[in-house]
Design a binder for this molecule. Structure first.
Ligand code: ASP
Length: 281
C-alpha cells in the first residue's frame, strides 16, 4: 500500500512561515489518517477520503477556503479516476457544495463523465448535496484587497491499495481572479489521470498543465515502459519552452512513489507504512 497527497505550492509572497508549518502538520496528519483508511479500503475510496479531508481544511485552495473568482463568486472543480476501470468523473465550476470530490464520486455511477457549471450544481442538489458556502473571511479580505490568496493550494491524492489497484483524485478552487467560466486543469485528464500502471495528480497553472497534457502523458509513458523518473523528466522538459508552472505526484503499480515540480516548493506528503516524507519548509 502506498499513498501520496499534495496541497499545491507554498507561496513565498503571501503565506507566512506559520501557515507553512500548519500546512506541513495538516498534510502529515491527513496522510497518516488516510493510510489507516487505506488498510481496509480500496484505492478509489481512499483518494476520495483523503481529498475530502483536504477540502475541509481551510489552509488549502479546495472546498472550504477556495479562492474567489473575478466576479466575487467561488467555483470549484474536482475529479476522480479509477485506474482499474479507467473511469473518470468530474465536476467543473460547481458552486456552494462542501465537498466537490463527493459529487464527482456520485457521478461515477452515471454514464456522463464530467458536468460543468450550473449543470454540476443542479446535479449536486438533486443528489441531496445541501447549499454550503465554502468562503472564509480571509479569502474575502484578500479578494477585496485584490490580492491573490495564499498561492496555488489545489489538493490531490494518489493511492495504491493492497490489491494493487491505483486511483487518483484532485480538487481545486481555481487560480483566483479568473474570468468566470475559466476551466481548471484539475477535472481534466491533464490534471488528474490513472490507469492500471500509474496514477498522477497535478497542481500549478492550469493553462500550462492543459497545454502539456501532463498527467495523461506521464501515465502513457509509464504504460509504454518508462520509469516514473524518465516519464517525469521527459514530460517536465516539455514544459520548459514556455516556462510552464506545474507540480505532480504519482505512484506506479510497482509501488514507486514520485513527485516533481517545475518551481519550488510543492507541498506534499507520502507514506508507505514505514517512511513518512513531508515537504521541507
Ligand atoms: N491547477 C489549478 C488551476 O489552474 C490551480 C492550482 O493548482 O492551485 O486551476
Amino acid at each position: 500500500m502506498k499513498l501520496i497527497i499534495h496541497g499545491g505550492f507554498f507561496s513565498e509572497s503571501t503565506a507566512n512561515h506559520a501557515t507553512n508549518v500548519a500546512k506541513q502538520q495538516a498534510l502529515r496528519e491527513i496522510v497518516m489518517q488516510s493510510y489507516e483508511f487505506l488498510k481496509t479500503s480500496s484505492a478509489l475510496k481512499t483518494v476520495v477520503y483523503a481529498v475530502a479531508l483536504l477540502e475541509d481544511n481551510q489552509l488549502f485552495n479546495a472546498g472550504i477556503g477556495s479562492q474567489i473568482q473575478g466576479d466575487g463568486k467561488i467555483r470549484m472543480s474536482a475529479a476522480i479516476m479509477d485506474g482499474e476501470t479507467q473511469k473518470m468523473s468530474g465536476v467543473v465550476n460547481i458552486e456552494e457544495v462542501k465537498n466537490p470530490v463527493h459529487v464527482a464520486e456520485v457521478l461515477m455511477q452515471y454514464d456522463d463523465r464530467v458536468l460543468g457549471g450550473s449543470g454540476a450544481t443542479n446535479f449536486a442538489r438533486l443528489q441531496g448535496f445541501e447549499i454550503f458556502s465554502t468562503e472564509i473571511p480571509q479569502r474575502r479580505l484578500e479578494y477585496e484587497a485584490k490580492l491573490k490568496a495564499g498561492g496555488m493550494g489545489t489538493v490531490g491524492c494518489v493511492a495504491l491499495d493492497k490489491d494493487g489497484k491505483l486511483a487518483v483524485a484532485t480538487s481545486t478552487g481555481g487560480k483566483g481572479f479568473e474570468i468566470p467560466g475559466r476551466i481548471s486543469d484539475s477535472a481534466t485528464v491533464a490534471g488528474n489521470y490513472a490507469n492500471q500502471y500509474c496514477g498522477v495528480s497535478l497542481t500549478g497553472v492550469g493553462e500550462d498543465i492543459v497545454s502539456n497534457a501532463t498527467a495523461a502523458k506521464i501515465v502513457t509513458r509509464v504504460t509504454d515502459g518508462c520509469s516514473l523518473e524518465e516519464a517525469f523528466a521527459r514530460t517536465f522538459s516539455e514544459l520548459e519552452p514556455y516556462d510552464g508552472f506545474a507540480g505532480a505526484i504519482a505512484i506506479d503499480n510497482k509501488g514507486n512513489i514520485f513527485h516533481q515540480e517545475s518551481h519550488p516548493y510543492l507541498v506534499f506528503a507520502s507514506f508507505d507504512g514505514l517512511v513518512l516524507d513531508v515537504y521541507k519548509i
